[in-house]
Design a protein around this ligand. Structure first.
Ligand code: MLT
Length: 411
């Protein structure tokens, strides 16, 4: 019989969101008439912007004509999309990022896991606690950790606690770590990082030869003009950071699939023989070997995000979800529940009322209000006693869910 990758056996229970789905499905099966509202997984609900749909319809027509038909595209993405991304997302904010440093992909979650292919197995890896579980689980799968302890923390990972006391931004570690995952605006806490905070991280990374894996999937939700959208707004970040971005949340592409990863050509790592190696070349090789690119149709849809109409329509989508976040914050606060986030991010990080554990609050909310959220403890031990509510839903559902919660929990 074949042997398996035993690292998978170290993984705690299921991946968080399927586990929530399992519990919700069990509840729905037992209560088929319950009017369940899902504010758990951060999945968008509003239709794709018209500019994107129009571009994709046109692209489908291109595929129906021998003169404009496309077979395999470049594994890195079409140059017209990479140019648009470099210009609008980076150069317009003063970031020195060129189109050939951008790799178009089918998702940030995939890229966050896949990027581990180009790093060695002996790096010290730091994550915040709580954290987006993909960063942890992909390292477990890759054999970069030992077993989990009873708190669910994996041996070999460095956990940087984030809490209300430090504004949900991690202290710079005193020890040397090689790979650091940072996510701003933060999933799950909705916290943001100032330029000063990111500068401290960039300085730390440069001093230690570390690489920051910067997840900016929610950058479009930043409303405070003083906050950085990209790590490359920080001087020196080209020497120490890889950035992940996505069209999922700003343009509603969770089902359409398009994202991008930025690997500056100035990034280096050490080979076993002590020589310095460009990370760009390794990632380019990895993508060319294991990936065949995103479909032409979808890339045309993503390109349309940068047209004047696309910009206005995605702005309207983001504003819509951020108004939901405002309503969630306001209503929960009225009910005497303590909330964080939800101002520059589509997630509201809620202190569970009455001292309930995260999963107890999850069950109570599901059973008494028929509202689904995400237990904070699913994001790490330090998330215990918290709960994440997503602003991705229709206005009607958000209002209904808030009415039910306020009625049940108003102290
Ligand atoms: C979440 O709910 O945290 C997100 O949907 C996860 C993701 O985008 O993969």
């Amino acid at each position: 019989m074949v042997t398996i990758n035993d690292n998978y056996l170290k993984l705690k229970a299921g991946y968080l969101f399927p586990e929530i789905g399992r519990r919700v499905n069990a509840f729905a099966a037992a209560n088929p008439d319950a009017p369940i509202i899902r504010l758990g997984i951060g999945d968008v609900t509003e239709p794709l912007p018209e500019a994107c749909r129009t571009a994709m319809i046109k692209a489908v027509e291109d595929m129906g004509d021998r003169a404009t038909f496309k077979g395999y595209g470049p594994e890195q993405g079409y140059s017209w999309l990479r140019e648009a991304i470099a210009t609008h997302d980076f150069q317009s904010r003063g970031c020195d990022i060129s189109a050939d440093e951008i790799f178009v992909s089918d998702g940030s979650k995939c890229d966050c896991g896949n990027i581990l292919d180009i790093f060695g197995n002996n790096n010290t890896i730091a994550v915040t606690d709580p954290v987006y579980p993909v960063y942890v689980d992909t390292n477990v799968m890759a054999g970069h950790t030992g077993d989990a302890n009873e708190r669910g923390e994996y041996d070999g990972l460095v956990y940087l606690p984030i809490s209300a006391e430090n504004d949900f931004t991690a202290e710079i570690p005193s020890q040397k770590v090689d790979l650091i995952y940072l996510c701003f605006p933060n999933n799950p806490t909705g916290a943001t990082a100032t330029k000063e905070h990111l500068t401290d991280w960039v300085n730390y990374a440069r001093a230690h030869g570390s690489i920051i894996l910067f997840d900016a999937a929610y950058e479009a939700f930043i409303t405070d003009p003083s906050l950085p959208h990209s790590i490359y707004e920080i001087e020196g970040a080209r020497e120490c950071a890889i950035e992940f971005r996505s069209f999922s949340k700003n343009a509603g592409f969770t089902g359409t699939r398009c994202a991008l990863t930025v690997v500056p050509k100035s990034l280096k790592g050490k080979a076993a023989d002590g020589s310095d190696v460009e990370l760009w070349g390794l990632w380019n090789r990895r993508q060319s070997t294991k990936f065949n690119g995103v479909s032409y149709i979808v890339q045309r849809g993503a390109e349309a995000v940068y047209s004047p109409e696309g910009k206005a329509q995605t702005r309207a989508l983001i504003d819509f979800y951020m108004e939901n976040a405002r309503i969630i914050r306001e209503q929960l606060t009225n009910a005497g529940i303590q909330v964080h986030g939800g101002v520059n991010a589509p997630y509201v990080w809620v202190k569970t009322p009455h001292g309930l554990s995260s999963w107890d609050f999850f069950d109570k909310l599901l059973h008494t209000c028929n509202v689904v959220g995400t237990p904070g403890s699913g994001f790490g031990a330090a998330g215990e006693g918290y709960f994440r509510i997503s602003a991705f839903n229709s206005r009607e559902n958000v209002n209904k869910a808030m009415r039910r919660i306020v009625e049940k929990f108003k102290s």
